[in-house]
Design a binder for this molecule. Structure first.
Ligand SMILES: *Cc1c(COP(=O)(O)O)cnc(C)c1O
Length: 469
């Protein structure tokens, strides 16, 4: 074993590494800044570990491979595609709705060239950014007018700020929800300048609760979709029609934050809990807001639809400029909304809808294909594999508590723990994100895309064998 001094003397200088064969090659492949940083940091780390007695052997391979690994990490993208094997279709942490190549084809065309984003081609004058989707949204939702902003949180904020700043907004206590991260109705209300007036109780709110709270300072009656939770037992809330009728009586507009907002009727699929945006508009609600990247299956965005004069007022709010959407978003929405003109096409061509409505036989066939490919790789020494009937979720606060029948490939590893297998899959490229159920790893086939099967099986094999480490 070399002495400390001998080990340290084996470390090259930064300059020596730069002038070496591999050093010169790195400089042609990567930004010089990163090459320098990787060399310095690696040598620094090696020096530290020699002093601490952790490195007892130093050679060129150790030094140069270490630098290269660091360099690759420095230069690779941080935002990368992952394989979603959780079965949660609208997974907020994994980017919510995914778009198809066909949708992106149009986005690419609009983005890589100049467009009539805000130019009226007929008159040759300045046009309106939202004109490209307004008619489509009216067709699909029955709303007089609409706009799209950055996300639904922005939509709710903008509406409250425009309609109710300095005035009271009446909301049921059962609807003061918190949705993921930091969206809490009372907080959004507060920052918009609207004054929250809570009525009713957590589980029951009556129409008379709303009526008693109305004063000359009431600007809005607000309904909020409970989204990410479900109440059972003794609960009671007035119907949206009743709230609208009350609003009409006092000449106060009603707004409904629908959260997910379905554009298609889910009743034929046994889903009765989710009214369509069209139903809500038809009930006479003045404004509805909903997300672009939840059930709708589009890009991030917040749609505000409703009465023409209110939409006009909202679109004149100076904040609109701060919350407006980009042409990439807008062009993706235009393609997707066009697909909704034909529900059948929408369900086939919008990935979110396709995954939610995919029948269990198709999912089972995918599981069988995966299992067959696993078998061909002789992995039986490493784990046992089974196809199991299970349930997946829509996710993203959409259709809460509603189980969707699915098939999963369950993997019971022999040579590593389930947790370390999960860790290996998550650390591979592409990362595979899975569920764990007792002592098995669960790969839900609902959210696996057909073109991901080969890479999924390969990654799983490497993780089981430990050969990608
Ligand atoms: C998801 C959700 C929001 C926030 O929508 P984002 O598009 O994520 O900003 C607001 N309200 C409700 C009821 C929701 O479900």
């Amino acid at each position: 074993m070399d002495s400390l001094k001998a080990l340290l003397s084996k470390l090259p200088s930064v300059n020596e590494v730069l002038q070496s064969k591999r050093g010169l090659e790195w400089q042609t492949l990567y930004p010089r800044k990163f090459v320098l940083k990787a060399i310095r940091d690696s040598l620094e780390e090696l020096r530290g570990s020699i002093f601490q007695g952790q490195s007892t052997e130093i050679n060129d391979n150790i030094i140069y491979d270490g630098i290269e690994k660091r360099l690759q990490k420095l230069c690779s993208f941080s935002l990368v595609p992952v394989i979603n094997a959780t079965g949660i279709v609208i997974h907020t942490n994994l980017g919510r709705a995914i778009l198809s190549e066909a949708i992106m084809e149009h986005v690419k065309e609009i983005t890589c060239r100049y467009s009539n984003l805000e130019y009226d081609l007929e008159k040759g004058v300045r046009g309106k950014r939202y004109s490209h989707i307004q008619q489509l949204l009216s067709e699909i939702t029955g709303a007089e007018s609409s706009i799209i902003v950055n996300n639904n949180a922005a939509a709710v904020f903008l509406c409250l700020h425009t309609i109710a700043k300095g005035k009271e907004v009446i909301v049921s206590r059962g609807e003061l929800v918190e949705i993921g991260g930091s969206f809490r109705i009372p907080d959004v209300m507060n920052s918009s300048g609207a004054i929250l007036k809570e009525v009713g109780t957590t589980n029951k709110t009556h129409l008379y609760d709303y009526e008693r709270a109305i004063s000359e300072n009431t600007a809005l009656l607000l309904k909020v979709h409970q989204s990410n939770f479900k109440m059972t037992g003794f609960t009671e809330f007035p119907s949206i029609e009743e709230v609208v009728k009350l609003g009409d009586k006092y000449n106060i507009p009603v707004m409904f934050d629908l959260g997910s907002g379905s554009l298609i009727d889910m009743k034929p699929y046994g889903i009765y809990s989710e009214p369509t945006v069209k139903d809500i508009i038809k009930a006479g609600v003045a404004i509805v807001t909903f997300s672009g990247d939840k059930l709708l299956g589009g890009p991030q965005g917040g749609i505000i639809a409703g009465k023409g004069e209110l939409i006009e007022k909202i679109s004149k709010n100076p904040l609109m400029r701060a919350l407006r959407v980009d042409k990439m978003t807008l062009s993706a929405f235009e393609v997707i909304l066009r697909l909704y003109l034909d529900e059948k096409r929408a369900k086939e061509e919008i990935p979110t809808l396709r995954m939610i409505f995919e029948d269990k036989k198709t999912i089972k066939r995918r599981a069988q294909r995966v299992l067959l490919k696993i078998k061909k790789l002789f992995l039986n020494d490493f784990a046992s594999f089974n196809i199991i009937h299970d349930y997946s979720e829509a996710g993203g606060g959409s259709l809460p508590g509603l189980p969707f029948e699915t098939y999963v490939v369950s993997v019971k590893p022999f040579k590593v723990s389930v947790n370390s297998l999960e860790n290996r899959l998550r650390s591979s490229r592409p990362p595979v994100i899975v569920r764990i159920k007792s002592d098995s790893l669960i790969l839900d086939m609902r959210t696996i895309q057909d073109n991901e099967i080969d890479i999924l099986v390969k990654t799983l094999a490497e993780s089981l064998r430990g050969s990608n480490l």
